[in-house]
Design a protein. Structure first.
Length: 107
């Protein structure tokens, strides 16, 4: 039993940061360029696991125009914003608001 627990803990410890855009009913545009956020060094030292929820205003050309933080650990928020500002969505005839949720886990 102890050996099994050690294997599980080690497997989780080497797991890379997981990134996902959760599908929501408000999401109308597809992400065509998705940048994986850098897991913050402080978060790693603290073994933080968590999510950051953002509302992104996307311009007609598909670039992130503004990012509003809806929730998440402050240690993880900056990394989420830095990644999402570089995302690219499909073009659209007008500006849209997209819900994004990023999940962070220690490496």
């Amino acid at each position: 039993m102890r050996r099994c627990l050690v294997v599980i803990v080690l497997a989780l410890a080497v797991r890379p940061c997981l990134l996902a855009q959760e599908p929501t009913e408000n999401s109308t545009r597809m992400v065509i360029t998705r940048i994986v956020p850098v897991y913050p060094e402080l978060a790693g030292k603290l073994h933080l696991v968590g999510s950051v929820k953002l509302r992104v205003t996307v311009s007609p050309d598909g670039a992130a125009k503004t990012i509003e933080v809806l929730g998440g650990n402050p240690v993880l928020v900056k990394a989420a914003q830095d990644a999402v500002v570089r995302w690219k969505w499909t073009p659209a005839p007008h500006e849209t608001k997209e819900a994004v949720e990023l999940h962070f886990q220690p490496r």
